[in-house]
Design a binder for this molecule. Structure first.
Ligand SMILES: [Zn+2]
Length: 430
């Protein structure tokens, strides 16, 4: 009750101020109506779970695990293999934006796994994988897709769950111990065992983030530019730690969940106020909202999902926002090949669909590009050994500072012609 009164006392004046002051989407220096930009954000890549393969459930009753609720298709969600990445890369590469660059997916990566091996918990950091999840050739496929410019890894988290809870709950349940020995990632209560749960100490979260960012840098050769919290669960502490590590582009703020906040309408009001307050008081952070949902394998009617996503894409553009498309890994990597094939088909249909929309071809962007364009009107991102640089403004020339390819602190300034509707072509920078 104390919490309720305090929250409302704080919330109401702020709500009024927030409603008057703020709008929902990225605006900035670029005319997003004309840009027709699309970004894909895809969570759960690199996650060694839920199962190594469909046979993992043989003779087990998954209800005995009491892991919580998941959409049915997730029970056989699995770690991607080289074919899943290569097949998806081929779909992306066959669709190009008006700048000539291919559609680019941002796989948000989980970088570490706990595995019960040889009678103990062992930690595996990408590109190393648990024994049950060996995927020969996976990293070559990731490297090839990155070089093609269709794969731009970003950061999801370390484990996707609280590792201490997993150890404890597995030790206490014979069914969970059997499942863990088979490589099944679920355990009693795992749905609610959020990696960034409010019960976890801030110092532990900071140390875990540093370790995970180090793994990411080794695996992908650069730091991530944007982040999505596992299960959309994080708090102000987490955002502060991210910002202090230069992770300032935050995905899906509107989906943020606070397990300990009030339920119902007061909770929803508080969420809106909190979000708008963050936007107003944290100008150094960029919040990107997912405004299209492309999850065809979670629906009996994949075509309807694609159609709705196309409609939402046009709506986002009309509102003056880039279309930011949510599409989880489960659509493209699954223990049942037919599921992944259906997911790829959904993406292909969506890409065909956006390219057939009236009003001109789209351009495919990443989060860091959207953030750069919103904040400075210009952007730069690594792509296949070069850089894609863009000037989205009407200004005749703008400067982009890019890190010196030789490393170190030196920056190189690029002068970009203003081409209101045509983006600066990618330039290979050695
Ligand atoms: Zn996730």
């Amino acid at each position: 009750m104390m919490l309720l009164r305090r929250s409302l006392a704080w919330a109401l004046p702020v709500l009024l101020a927030a409603l008057a002051l703020l709008t929902a989407g990225p605006r900035g220096m670029v005319d997003w109506r004309a840009e027709r930009a699309i970004a894909f954000e895809s969570d759960d890549w690199g996650l060694s779970g839920f199962v190594p393969d469909a046979a993992a459930w043989d003779g087990l009753r998954r209800e005995d695990l009491t892991p919580g609720n998941f959409p049915p298709v997730y029970w056989n969600s699995t770690l991607e293999d080289s074919a899943a990445v290569a097949d998806l890369a081929a779909v992306l590469a066959s669709h190009r934006g008006r700048d000539g660059l291919p559609a680019v997916l941002q796989p948000n990566y989980i970088v570490s796994a706990l595995a019960w091996e040889g009678g103990q918990w062992r930690r595996h950091d990408l590109p190393d994988l648990p024994v049950a999840y060996r995927r020969p050739g996976l990293w070559s496929a990731v490297t090839a897709a990155t070089a093609q410019g269709v794969w731009y890894p970003e950061f999801h988290g370390a484990w996707h769950y609280d590792p201490d809870l997993r150890r404890r709950e597995t030790a206490a349940s014979p069914a969970a111990a059997t499942a863990a020995a088979r490589g099944i990632m679920l355990f009693p209560g795992s749905e609610a065992a959020r990696e960034l749960g409010p019960w976890r100490p801030a110092a532990a979260l900071a140390a875990e983030l540093d370790s995970a960012l180090a793994v990411f840098a080794v695996a992908f050769g650069r730091a991530p530019g944007s982040i999505i919290a596992p299960d959309y669960t994080w708090d102000a502490r987490a955002e502060r730690v991210w910002s202090s590590r230069s992770l300032t582009v935050i995905q899906a703020k509107r989906e943020q969940r606070h397990p300990r906040w009030l339920a119902g309408i007061p909770g929803r009001v508080l969420k809106v106020v909190d979000r708008q307050w963050s936007r107003a008081t944290r100008p150094q952070r960029t919040y990107l909202e997912r405004n299209c949902r492309l999850e065809p394998v979670q629906s009996p009617d994949a075509r309807a999902i694609v159609k709705a996503c196309l409609r939402d894409t046009e709506r986002a553009w009309r509102r003056g926002e880039p279309a930011i498309v949510e599409t989880h890994r489960v659509n493209f990597a699954h223990a049942e090949a037919a599921v992944a094939a259906a997911g790829r088909q959904g993406l292909r249909d969506y890409l065909d669909g956006v390219e057939a929309l009236r009003g001109g071809a789209p351009v495919y962007l990443t989060d860091v590009e959207i953030a750069g364009l919103v904040e400075r009107g210009v952007s730069a991102r690594a792509s296949g050994g070069g850089l894609v640089v863009r000037n989205g403004t009407h200004a005749r020339r703008m400067a982009v500072a890019i890190p010196d390819p030789a490393g170190g602190q030196k920056m190189t300034l690029l002068l970009l012609d203003a081409r209101n509707d045509s983006w600066i072509r990618p330039s290979a920078v050695r």
